[in-house]
Design a protein around this ligand. Structure first.
Ligand code: PEP
Ligand code: MN
Length: 264
């Protein structure tokens, strides 16, 4: 019923149908200076969408939980400086009004909420593009069904994200399921992006996995970049420095050209 690829527009930047977008920024928004600095650096390197977590889903309740509503304010301030659209995670239906007030350009549904069906239905009632991350132990069929929950409510702007799955391998945080990209493209018309940062959990692996993502046909990347990874309040070990992100983009750009994808 839907032979063409879906193209999702995030604040004027397209994902899918030959268009490739890079989302980058810190795991957590930590301060105005931090998010604005990283926004400027990743934009200069070629990222078109700023990521930053305000509400953080942490394994331990004693870990940093995000700046929450203040984090959304700081993302808006960074957007006012760079003009980049923002993508940030929504964990709870009760926070939707905050996301609407902040005019969040893309709502991330995190791996741990991929099957929070009431949350999926709620973002389905919005028009805002949704970045739907694959659950840590979810099959592709389950991911596609979660996307259906959003689309069935009337929101067709869904981008799927492979971010690594839990396997028996322990040397990386997760195992990047690169096979998910061609299979999802066969199963659906939706754009598919790869998050090599959460898949690897270790910064040195991120560039290689990002290159593999382009080669296998992904429509975009989400990469964590932090001004000072050693001092990051979350996911420092997997975060690139702005210089490392810049170097990665210099490799990705000719690769995208080779595969006929338009970076935007
Ligand atoms: C994140 O993007 O920082 C995050 C928590 O991702 P995931 O839901 O994939 O673990
Ligand atoms: Mn993270």
């Amino acid at each position: 019923f839907h032979p063409d690829d879906t193209i999702v527009d995030v604040g004027g930047h397209k994902i899918g149908g030959g268009y490739f977008a890079v989302m980058s920024g810190p795991c957590s928004v930590e301060s105005k200076e931090q998010i604005t600095y990283v926004a400027q650096r990743v934009q200069a390197a070629g990222a078109s969408i700023l990521r930053g977590g305000a509400f953080k889903p942490r394994t331990s309740p004693y870990s940093f939980q995000g700046l929450r509503a203040e984090g959304l304010e700081l993302l808006q301030e960074a957007r006012a400086v760079t003009g980049q659209p923002i993508v940030t995670e929504l964990m709870n239906n009760e926070h939707i009004h905050l996301f609407e007030d902040a005019h969040v350009d893309m709502i991330q549904i995190g791996a741990r909420n991929m099957q929070n069906f009431e949350l999926l239905k709620a973002v389905g009632r919005l028009k805002t593009p949704v970045l739907l991350k694959r659950g840590l132990s979810s099959t592709l069929e389950e991911l596609v069904m979660s996307a259906e929950y959003i689309m069935a409510e009337g929101n067709p702007n869904v981008v799927l994200c492979e971010r690594g799955i839990r396997t028996f391998e322990t040397s990386m945080r997760n195992t990047l399921d690169i096979s998910a990209v061609p299979m999802l493209k066969k199963m659906t018309h939706l754009p598919v992006v790869i998050d090599p940062s959460h898949a690897a959990g270790i910064a040195f692996m991120v560039p290689a996995l990002a290159q593999a993502a382009v080669a296998v046909g992904a429509d975009g990347l989400m990469i964590e970049t932090h001004n000072n990874p050693a001092k990051a309040k979350s996911d420092g070990a997997q975060s690139l420095t702005p210089d490392q992100f810049d170097a990665l983009m210099k490799v990705i750009k000719p690769e995208l050209e080779f595969f006929g994808k338009k970076l935007n």
